[in-house]
Design a protein around this ligand. Structure first.
Ligand SMILES: [Zn+2]
Length: 272
């Protein structure tokens, strides 16, 4: 009885750029109940791995999905709110192998780092460095560059991010109220939009579904991904909202799912 020949995998492992959604919960109640996970976004851009907005449970979501935290090159916080920063300390601990390997960068707005820092000072020492995010600035991590074009309208200092890689551009529109100038600050083939509300609810500084529709119509990305759902959006079934927005805007709109991995190569097959 000969040994069975090793079976070659029929699918080649994904080699390109990808975004993994370690959670899709936004604002208080979907996060505090963990109806949805709240671990942020994990980018793998040509081997450079970057974590954005590690909310509560990020370490659980990342390890469960076999993502190697010690491979991260940087952690970026769009702002200091708990659902975006709660796990930053444990993620720095894991990224630096408990501080034994000084490694990686933290990017965050000044008010996440100054009066009441979201990161413990002893963990900050484990990092290669900390960079302060400011309006209109650009930054780089390895061969990836990103910009924080505009300060958002949100109770704490908040920025969205526009990424540029060798092959792709995409934007992450973090928490904010809608304002003129939001659209002109972002762009790219892919938009990731934090949509907490079904309808605008002033004075709550979050985007609602009609805001997302307006942004998508204005910017016409190849694909838009909705995430960071508040309870009412969740109850209204984000995938049905996305379907409706696809029909209304003519843009492919996807509702993120916990654990969803989006390969940026999908953009190359989408109609612009
Ligand atoms: Zn917030």
């Amino acid at each position: 009885m000969g040994q069975q020949k090793a079976i070659k995998p029929t699918t080649t492992p994904p080699s390109g750029d990808a975004i993994t959604f370690l959670g899709t919960a936004g604002a208080r109640f979907t996060v505090t109940t963990q109806i949805l996970a709240s671990g942020g976004l994990w980018l793998n851009l040509r081997g450079t791995e970057i974590l954005i907005d590690p909310g509560p449970g990020c370490i659980v979501q990342a390890t469960k999905r076999k993502l190697r935290v010690d491979k991260l090159s940087a952690i970026i916080l769009s702002h200091r709110h708990l659902d975006h920063s709660a796990d930053v300390n444990i993620m720095v601990e894991a990224m630096t192998q408990g501080g034994f390997k000084r490694h990686g960068w933290l990017f965050a707005p000044a008010d996440a780092l100054e009066t009441e820092p979201v990161i413990f000072s002893y963990l900050k020492d484990y990092l290669e460095g900390v960079e302060v995010l400011e309006e209109g600035k650009s930054y780089s991590i390895g061969n990836i560059s990103f910009a924080t074009p505009v300060r958002h309208i949100h109770p704490v200092e908040t920025y969205g991010i526009r990424f540029t890689t060798a092959e792709h551009t995409f934007s992450y529109i973090a928490d904010t109220s809608y304002f003129d100038g939001l659209c002109q600050s972002y762009g790219g083939e892919l938009l990731i939009i934090n949509v907490v509300l079904l309808e605008p609810k002033p004075p709550i500084d979050h985007l609602a579904v009609p805001d997302a529709k307006h942004i998508i119509t204005e910017l016409k990305p190849k694909v838009a991904i909705l995430t960071h759902f508040g309870m009412n959006v969740w109850r209204a079934r984000p995938w049905e909202i996305a379907q409706g927005l696809s029909e209304e805007t003519g843009v492919k709109v996807i509702a993120a799912r916990d654990g969803m991995r989006f390969e940026l190569s999908q953009l190359d097959n989408s109609q612009g």
